[in-house]
Design a binder for this molecule. Structure first.
Ligand SMILES: Cc1cc2nc3c(=O)[nH]c(=O)nc-3n(C[C@H](O)[C@H](O)[C@H](O)COP(=O)(O)OP(=O)(O)OC[C@H]3O[C@@H](n4cnc5c(N)ncnc54)[C@H](O)[C@@H]3O)c2cc1C
Length: 161
């Protein structure tokens, strides 16, 4: 009878999660990598997407492709909602996932440093949809400035901080 392997679950296919899964490729464990997206987002190049220098596809790489030759690594797309440590269980939108070892590599969130009141008026840059929002906002303002039909003060729409 085949021995049941230890199950390591890694939440997050960012830099941290991918690096750990790669390090475990030759270990005698079963690795389940789970992320809410099925692609790895290369965040350092997000500025280029937001400013039109790169297309989103250039900074999003399919996670399954990274591990296609690694039999002990499985990827699932899903969002983790809760961890139940007493039961070694993850609650996700694709069902419950048991684990022996759990690694949470879910990155970070934006910090508004107490500027919460203006939060809704700021453009974030932590995901590809946000980069595309920013790109659209900048390009629309450029077009507006070029046409300047309403004689708007250009500084307000051209200045980017
Ligand atoms: C615009 C920008 C530019 C940057 N430029 C640089 C740079 O030039 N050099 C540098 O060293 N660093 C840079 N960084 C920082 C670097 O990208 C981060 O430090 C790094 O991505 C952190 O890695 P991580 O694995 O901790 O998290 P992340 O890479 O953020 O990965 C976290 C993963 O967890 C997933 N996740 C989160 N919550 C859940 C959930 N509940 N369920 C399932 N999945 C979930 C996310 O989808 C994501 O894939 C930049 C960051 C940004 C935003």
């Amino acid at each position: 009878m085949q021995e049941k392997k230890i199950k390591v679950v890694i939440v997050g296919a960012g830099f941290g999660g991918i690096a750990l899964a790669k390090a475990l490729r030759k270990s005698p464990v079963d690795v389940l990598l789970i992320d809410q997206h099925n692609y790895h987002n290369f965040q350092p190049l997000m500025y280029q997407v937001a400013t039109g220098g790169l297309e989103p596809g250039s900074i999003a790489y399919p996670v399954r492709r990274i591990f296609r030759y690694n039999k002990n690594i499985t990827f699932r797309m899903g969002k983790v909602r809760e961890v139940v440590p007493s039961e070694n269980l993850l609650k996700t939108n694709i069902g419950d996932i048991p684990y022996n070892y759990l690694i949470i590599a879910t990155g970070s969130q934006n910090n508004y440093f107490n500027f919460e009141p203006v939060r809704d008026r700021l453009l974030a840059l932590k995901s590809i949809p946000e980069a595309l929002n920013m790109r659209s906002f900048i390009f629309q303002n450029m077009e507006k400035a070029l046409a300047n039909i309403d004689n708007e003060p250009l500084e307000e729409i051209m200045n980017i901080a």
